[in-house]
Design a protein around this ligand. Structure first.
Ligand SMILES: *[C@@H]1O[C@H](CO)[C@@H](O)[C@H](O)[C@H]1NC(C)=O
Ligand SMILES: *[C@@H]1O[C@H](CO)[C@@H](O)[C@H](O)[C@H]1NC(C)=O
Length: 498
């Protein structure tokens, strides 16, 4: 081989090498650019693209991403303040995750990690989209409601809540029932809307009790409980302080809970004046004022199984229960139990089933009115072991053996209301609602792993002549006045009765 040809080969080789180097550089330049795009929107601004025409836009994206993330951080911290395991936290957490996905998609680093781990999340609707609800004001306001004055949102909860984020437990009480509030909150850990009946001088004790609870007990009370107060216009208290005064006033905690003070216990204005307890006025006020789409309208002595709000919303978000797809209106029914005085209420179905076996727990009102609370497929429910999450156990109707059923359920403010002419003393106070639900062909979807437990102590039937008289009068009133009315207003359906 001549020197000439050798040089020729060297030249050709160097050209090939040059091309290789060029290709290598090009390839890497390309990928730098790509990474640059990612960093660009991720927050670390890359000098390479400083004169990029997207420069100004990317700055905008940066700031909006940051605001979204900051906002998220603030909310979650705000919630963390009281408890990490809180139901509100977990709903905010999971929802924030889906909603935040849009923001994080542009935030390079996180997306790279996301891609490395799994394909992008399945396209699923957020709860916000599924529920399409409107947020409600929590501003205090005074209004009349029939014969009653109502102080709506008299003492509002401090937590800001979106209507799709969690559930509200709505209930009614007078101050003698307020010792239930903390044990209830400890399990529920989500908003509570409570309407307090407070005529005459019961008003002052009620306000003191609210102040005591907010100043001297669990932080959950001021964070999650909204108090409404109402009284008949014939029994207006002497003084009604402003909302602000009640919220800002401090309370001398060493005085103890006002409801436990023997003087307040034995000398209620309501009893002195022989007033009936307008249970359904309270129920409707509390329900109507709930700021969330879903709510559990209950009695304050019924404590829910823990983590119910988060588990319930997760079931709604999953949309994998066939019973949810049916067109009928629906409510989500909870099974109710009682435990004896010595036992503490079970925290999950597994321990509930053990207690039922041993006899330390029984179905609610088994000894008072088993027909009122007996639930379709209750035997099967009590035989089915606990599973993960929450599902529909059975879809029932308020007919046949359950024609007088007074279920407690998770529903919405579109469901029928409670008849405000009925009192607690007269009983049957939820029967007219039951009739309406039946005529409107509601499905009663029974939840599998959630339940309510009455505060410890099993109720037995006590003879009360005065109450029996009121009950008899009420039954006549329902039969003669209310039933004909309901037939006109809602129609009739075979198998439905009050
Ligand atoms: C709080 O109440 C206790 C018990 O009645 C009393 O001894 C104490 O002086 C009160 N404290 C204040 C600051 O009023
Ligand atoms: C149910 O509650 C009991 C008692 O509180 C507890 O020991 C048990 O681990 C719980 N079971 C489940 C599945 O969470």
């Amino acid at each position: 081989m001549s020197v000439m040809t050798r040089r020729n080969w060297a030249l050709r080789l160097s050209i090939v090498l040059n091309i290789c180097v060029l290709l290598y550089v090009c390839a890497h330049f390309g990928s730098w650019q790509e990474e640059g795009t990612n960093w660009d929107t991720g927050g670390a601004v890359v000098p390479l693209v400083s004169n990029n025409i997207f420069g100004s836009e990317s700055t905008q994206i940066n700031s909006s991403v940051r605001t979204a993330q900051e906002a998220k951080a603030t909310r979650v911290t705000g919630v963390d303040r009281y408890d990490k395991k809180n139901a509100v936290t977990s709903t905010i957490g999971s929802e924030g995750g889906t909603k935040g996905a849009d923001a994080t998609k542009t935030a390079g680093k996180e997306e790279l990690e996301g891609q490395a781990n799994s394909p992008l999340a399945q396209p699923s609707l957020s709860l916000e989209d599924i529920l399409g609800c409107k947020d409600k004001s929590q501003e205090p306001r005074k209004a009349q409601r029939g014969d009653y004055w109502v102080l709506y949102n008299y003492v509002p909860m401090t937590m800001a809540v979106k209507c799709w984020e969690t559930l509200t437990y709505t209930t009614h009480a007078d101050y003698t029932f307020l010792d239930n509030l903390e044990p209830l909150l400890e399990r529920w850990r989500a908003p509570v809307s409570i309407a307090m009946h407070a005529p005459g001088y019961d008003f002052q004790t009620t306000v003191d009790s609210i102040k005591y609870l907010r100043n001297c007990g669990s932080e959950l009370v001021s964070q999650l409980v909204t108090f409404h107060v109402y009284f008949s216009s014939k029994h207006v208290p002497k003084v009604v302080p402003t909302s602000k005064d009640v919220v800002n006033d401090v309370y001398n905690c060493s005085l103890g809970p006002p409801w436990a003070n023997p003087q307040n216990k034995n000398k209620m204005y309501k009893n002195e004046k022989n007033l009936l307890y307008p249970v359904n006025v309270g129920r409707n006020i509390a329900r109507e004022s709930a700021v969330t789409h879903y709510l559990l309208a209950s009695d304050i002595e019924l404590y829910p199984s823990p983590e119910l709000p988060a588990r319930f919303l997760e079931m709604i978000r999953r949309r994998d229960q066939p019973a949810l797809l049916k067109a009928n209106p629906k409510v989500f029914v909870l099974s109710i139990f009682e435990v004896d005085e010595k036992s503490s209420p079970p925290r999950n179905k597994t321990s509930l089933l053990k207690m039922l076996k041993s006899g330390s727990a029984i179905p609610f009102h088994k000894k008072v009115c088993s027909a009122c609370h007996n639930i379709p497929k209750s035997k099967e429910w009590q035989e089915a072991p606990e599973t993960e999450g929450l599902h529909i156990f059975h879809a029932g109707k308020r007919t046949g053996a359950f024609i007088h059923w007074e279920p407690i359920f998770i529903g919405t403010n579109s469901d029928p209301w409670y008849d405000e002419r009925l009192s607690w003393e007269g009983k049957s106070d939820k029967m007219t609602q039951g009739y309406e639900l039946c005529v409107l062909d509601y499905d009663f979807l029974i939840l599998d792993n959630a339940f309510l437990v009455h505060r410890p102590g099993i109720k037995s039937h006590k003879k009360d002549q005065k109450r029996d008289m009121i009950t008899a009068k009420t039954n006549l009133f329902i039969k003669k006045i209310i039933v004909p009315e309901l037939k006109i207003m809602f129609g009739v359906r075979k198998g439905c009765a009050v």
